[in-house]
Design a protein around this ligand. Structure first.
Ligand code: ZN
Length: 304
């Protein structure tokens, strides 16, 4: 009996080590990418991995789709193995089985973060539109839902007919944090200067269970740049900043410290429902950009 108990204890301890022994307190993250005709997604993925891993809070695996001419049936990500899914994808639709697995993952409490062009693809997948809340281009119009923006501090659901999605040339912009008590934004300066980026506007979609976090003034409208969506028990954080042009030197938007800090906080919130990160000293000022070209906080960024 004693021998049996010893064997059992060893077995339990081995199993525990196998389950939790690797990186017990880091957020296991899967980044999905692989097709995007308008962006240098490989450069963006490299930046995303460095930002996440340099924070010490996340481990990162990639799951890439085949290229545009590939067989999408080969793309079968194992969502359940991760605490967080980060999507940086602007390509062809996933197969039905993967779509259902993703819906289930989020509905049952999974965390997901969408970057920039991820609000464009898969326009005919209802749950994708529900989980992103708002989308752009690919034929979206009033049938997808209202335009969502802010006016005089109020959220506007605008049902005017029309297409979705517009952007001009890349430029710097002042971001205004609106949901200042949300864990992602709490303690951050309310107005901050974002380094050069491509600002998406005229977004529309189901807009259900959406909370706008931050806006930028474009063509007279306070357009949402970051927002959250509740879907079942899951949490979704959408950040339409983070454009990476088709050029190795064009990951400038992600070098902004404000981008990196809000992205890290959004990722932690989506995975766990809370944010434990201190507010770093290198957050941008209202009229001054701050950069982290090495994709990590400088040694003196955190308060004593
Ligand atoms: Zn872009």
């Amino acid at each position: 009996m004693k021998k049996f108990l010893t064997t059992l204890l060893v077995a339990v301890s081995l199993a525990t080590t196998a389950l939790w022994g690797q990186t017990p307190d880091k957020i296991r993250t899967m980044v999905i990418a692989g097709q995007d005709g308008s962006h240098w997604w490989k450069g963006a993925c490299d930046a995303i991995k460095q930002i996440l891993e340099n924070s010490g809070l996340f481990t990162v695996d990639f799951c890439f789709t085949p290229g545009y001419n590939g067989d999408m049936a080969e793309f079968r990500p194992q969502f359940d193995k991760y605490d967080l899914i980060v999507i940086n994808y602007g390509g062809t639709p996933w197969i039905e089985e993967v779509q259902q697995a993703f819906e289930k993952y989020v509905r049952e409490g999974g965390g997901v973060v969408f970057i920039h062009s991820s609000v464009i693809p898969m326009e005919n997948w209802q749950a994708w539109n529900d989980i992103t809340g708002l989308g752009a281009w690919n034929g979206r119009n009033e049938k997808w839902g209202p335009y969502l923006y802010m006016k005089d501090g109020h959220t506007i659901y605008d049902y005017t007919p029309g297409d979705a999605g517009y952007h001009g040339l890349q430029h710097q912009i002042t971001v205004v944090n609106r949901a200042t008590e949300h864990p992602i934004l709490k303690g951050l300066p309310v107005r901050w200067r974002h380094y050069k980026d491509e600002i998406y506007t005229k977004l529309r979609g189901p807009a259900r269970n959406v909370e706008i976090l931050s806006t930028a003034l474009e063509a007279g409208r306070d357009e949402p740049l970051m927002w959250t969506v509740k879907y079942g028990k899951g949490r979704s954080f959408v950040d339409v900043m983070g454009h990476c042009g088709n050029d190795p030197n064009m990951i400038y938007s992600m070098t902004c410290s404000g981008y990196q800090i809000t992205f890290l906080r959004g990722c932690e919130w989506a995975a766990t429902g809370k944010v434990t990160q201190a507010v770093p000293a290198d957050f941008p000022l209202e009229d001054t950009c701050m950069l982290r070209p090495d994709f990590k906080a400088p040694f003196n960024a955190f308060p004593e």
